[in-house]
Design a protein. Structure first.
Ligand SMILES: [Zn+2]
Length: 328
């Protein structure tokens, strides 16, 4: 949930500042690098579990928020300024253009005033407007209706044009799930994950979706994942049963997890079944399984974050009673 709370904070207090400045200035790589760094710190979570392509396409994963794209926002801000400029400023730009060309012919990019002279406000904003028209945006002289929510319309237009294909997201998923030995060709696994994540949109809460995606990406705070912190590669005992290792690869064998799945008539004898990626789990048992996974995730985090011994079965019962109908 922390991820979802950070998004509005980032959009309101950090991003809007850059967007305001970008109405007149070009965004250079330093600003983009800073924002990328900031996003990694803010949203990466323990072990930087969230791939960049996911972070920039949260809505594609069924989450109710999306991080705005700085480049598209700055472009839209400039184009809006150009559309709203009075004609007297834009009627004859040729003297300005001629001066810039003349300056460029006589000075190299490392000249101390190069950026200043070559990024004139009028040139930047008019270039953005020209490119917007090329993309199919409002014409040169738009009517009143076309000017309503103009910046948002231009932003959406640019984003739709630059949108990474589903395959970019699938490729990243494929790289991250290759580590599991699921007994299926990776292409099948990747397609099934795509289908299941699409299925969750509107059917599961963001908390459940995140728990499921984190499971597939090996992003739970398990002892195996953070074994380097325990020293000499030591992996602590499973937080549920206390017998096996605290690792996702163990959970489908864990007596506590198996009992829980069995009580809801869900199969869990292989990792593929635990991930609900087997054919029998979809679509009939899928939502139940994903909710059970989210409950286990909550319980795992609760035990992980306290030093006090907790009663695992009671915790699981409490978590499932809030998320699911009682088992028959
Ligand atoms: Zn266990």
């Amino acid at each position: 949930m922390w991820l979802l709370l950070q998004c509005p904070w980032h959009q309101c207090f950090i991003f809007s500042l850059f967007q305001y400045l970008a109405q007149i200035l070009n965004v250079d790589h330093n600003i983009q690098e800073f924002l990328d760094w900031h996003q990694r710190r803010l949203f990466g979570g323990p072990g930087s579990w969230l791939p960049k392509v996911f972070l920039k396409n949260l809505a594609e994963l069924g989450l109710p928020v999306n991080l705005r794209n700085l480049e598209s926002s700055c472009f839209a801000a400039k184009a809006r300024v150009a559309y709203k400029l009075p004609a007297k400023y834009t009627d004859d730009l040729s003297p300005l253009g001629t001066s810039i060309i003349g300056y460029k012919m006589n000075h190299s990019p490392d000249h101390e005033h190069y950026q200043w002279h070559c990024n004139a406000l009028l040139v930047n904003v008019m270039r953005a407007k020209r490119d917007t028209i090329r993309l199919g945006g409002p014409p040169d002289n738009p009517d009143e209706n076309e000017l309503v929510k103009l910046q948002k319309k231009i932003y959406n237009l640019v984003e739709a044009t630059n949108k990474p294909s589903r395959s970019a997201i699938s490729n990243k998923t494929r790289q991250r799930v290759e580590r599991w030995e699921l007994g299926l060709p990776i292409g099948y696994v990747s397609r099934r994950i795509d289908m299941r994540i699409q299925h969750l949109k509107g059917r599961a809460t963001p908390k459940v979706i995140i728990a499921y995606i984190k499971l597939l990406l090996n992003a739970w705070n398990t002892g195996r994942r953070f074994r380097h912190m325990a020293g000499r590669g030591h992996v602590r005992r499973c937080l549920f049963c206390g017998v096996g290792p605290d690792a996702i690869e163990h959970f489908y064998k864990c007596t506590i997890v198996k009992d829980l799945f069995r009580s809801y008539n869900c199969s869990c004898t292989t990792l593929l079944q635990f991930f609900a990626l087997d054919q029998a789990s979809f679509p009939s048992h899928f939502l139940v399984k994903v909710n059970l996974i989210a409950c286990l995730y909550t319980v795992h985090n609760s035990i992980n974050s306290t030093c006090t011994p907790l009663h695992v079965k009671q915790l699981i019962r409490a978590a499932t009673s809030m998320a699911l109908q009682p088992p028959r």
